[in-house]
Design a protein around this ligand. Structure first.
Ligand SMILES: Cc1cc2nc3c(=O)[nH]c(=O)nc-3n(C[C@H](O)[C@H](O)[C@H](O)COP(=O)(O)OP(=O)(O)OC[C@H]3O[C@@H](n4cnc5c(N)ncnc54)[C@H](O)[C@@H]3O)c2cc1C
Length: 420
């Protein structure tokens, strides 16, 4: 092991990595690891949390099931067990992820939060810093996800509110809110499902709908709506597919505008493709809105001590507030000196070409297309790195003196070479 001093004079461990460094051990990090492992390419996964798939393990509600049928959520080279239902529960999904990691012998380094990563133009390597270690590699794969940090809305008054305010990422179950009046800010998939869960625990949900939203049934005429859309898109143009979907949705769930859920002018699939905004797939919330158990309200102007003031001038009292206001990528906070990502932390080049940047930089899971996009990215990245690996005589593996480990603690001569 070599200790070296960084600029703040703290002793840090310096580690050179054979093969790529993968930041994030969620489904995307695991998928690309599995594809590399199939090609016998070594790699190292760094994960800030203490487990794989931490979003699913720590930041989702108990009742969550996959929104899409399982065939659209499988990772490469190992499918779901046959006995899993069409929409696996979050616990089943986690057990699948665990089995996946163990099948491909993926052993991430946990509690390694990447604070910065920068390409060293002089030496031609990525320098990746966590709280206690500097890692060096020729390749960097960003797999930190589109949902790395909760998005908190800019509404004044949260600090004076007397009750509990939680982001949906901390919400587990409506049992904690029994008999309460709860303001749910946001009407995406999370806002709709949290409202439904609250309702099933005898809490009254007041769901704030600020913008227009496309709500589609999860299934139409016995088939998954997403599956139908994917099949139609193979044959018909986007706008026609949208027309068909909206017609079918009108027949199955009726006019959602009448419930306070106004549809955008642009159709659901076109909107998804242009803005990345996902349509909500209804799993029962609409019927609770129809029978008045879930209330739909307009935008919030400000939070007060005992509740909220709304844009239409009304004021209501609430016991708790749940912020189902979404998530954001955290890439801009740690990836330095590189303009491959926008200020929102998404690749500047859109799908299907956003998986590869310059200087050995790759991204997996930033397609706005969920696990389906992840699988497609992972295969392409592994293939590209495999080709380079085979044609790359001058990587860090030269300093390894025959050692087969994918992690090498740098010796002094290597350190000099990398200017640690
Ligand atoms: C409630 C909910 C339900 C969803 N349901 C579906 C669904 O049914 N189907 C679907 O396709 N998609 C679904 N999604 C989208 C889902 O997030 C992704 O498909 C999937 O989790 C993406 O995997 P990922 O690995 O890209 O990101 P994540 O699962 O977010 O994993 C990223 C990992 O990177 C780690 N990380 C972040 N920053 C750092 C750092 N600086 N250093 C080290 N590690 C870091 C995180 O701790 C995390 O473990 C859902 C999302 C949510 C929130």
């Amino acid at each position: 092991m070599v200790s070296c001093k960084n600029q703040e004079e703290k002793r840090i461990e310096c580690v050179s990595v054979q093969g790529p460094i993968i930041v994030g051990a969620g489904p995307s990090g695991l998928a690309v690891s599995a594809c590399l492992s199939k090609n016998d390419i070594p790699f190292l996964v760094l994960e800030r949390s203490d487990c794989i798939a931490s979003l699913w393990q720590h930041r989702t509600y108990d009742r969550l099931k996959l929104h899409l049928p399982k065939q659209f959520c499988e990772l490469p080279h190992l499918g779901f067990p046959d006995n899993f239902p069409k929409y696996p529960t979050k616990h089943q999904f986690i057990s699948y992820m665990e089995e996946y990691a163990s099948h491909f012998s993926i052993k991430p380094r946990f509690k390694q939060a990447v604070k910065s990563a920068e390409y060293d133009n002089v030496d031609g390597f990525w320098r990746v810093h966590t709280q206690d270690t500097q890692y060096i590699s020729k390749w960097l794969i960003v797999a930190t996800g589109e949902n790395a940090e909760p998005l908190i809305p800019e509404i004044g008054g949260f600090d004076m509110f007397h009750g509990r305010v939680v982001h949906a990422s901390k919400y587990k179950s409506g049992s904690e809110f029994k008999n309460q009046q709860v303001l749910v800010v946001g009407c995406g998939n999370s806002g709709m499902e949290v409202s439904l869960d609250l309702c099933r625990h005898n809490a009254t949900s007041h769901m704030v709908v600020r913008n227009t939203v496309h709500v589609l049934p999860r299934e139409m005429f016995g088939f998954s709506t997403f599956g139908i859309a994917m099949a139609l898109l193979k044959w018909f143009p986007l706008k026609l597919v949208d027309k068909i979907l909206l017609l079918a949705a009108n027949i199955t769930i009726g006019n959602t505008d009448r419930l306070g859920l106004r549809r955008p002018k642009t159709g659901p699939m076109e909107l998804k493709s242009v803005t990345g905004k996902t349509p909500v797939l209804d799993v029962g919330t609409l019927s609770q809105i129809k029978c008045g158990k879930i209330k739909v309200t307009e935008g919030v102007k400000e939070i007060t001590r005992s509740g909220a003031k709304f844009i239409d001038g009304q004021e209501k009292e609430f016991d708790s507030i749940i912020l189902a206001t979404g998530y954001k990528s955290n890439v801009p906070s740690w990836l330095k000196g590189c303009n491959f990502f926008t200020k929102d932390g998404m690749p500047t080049t859109p799908f299907p070409n956003g998986w590869k940047g310059d200087d050995g930089l790759y991204t997996v899971g930033f397609t706005g297309r969920g696990l389906l996009g992840t699988a497609s990215d992972a295969v392409k990245i592994a293939q590209d790195i495999t080709n380079r690996w085979k044609n790359c005589p001058n990587t860090i593996k030269d300093c390894n003196n025959g050692c087969t480990s994918h992690v090498i603690l740098l010796n002094k001569s290597c350190l000099g070479h990398f200017r640690g």
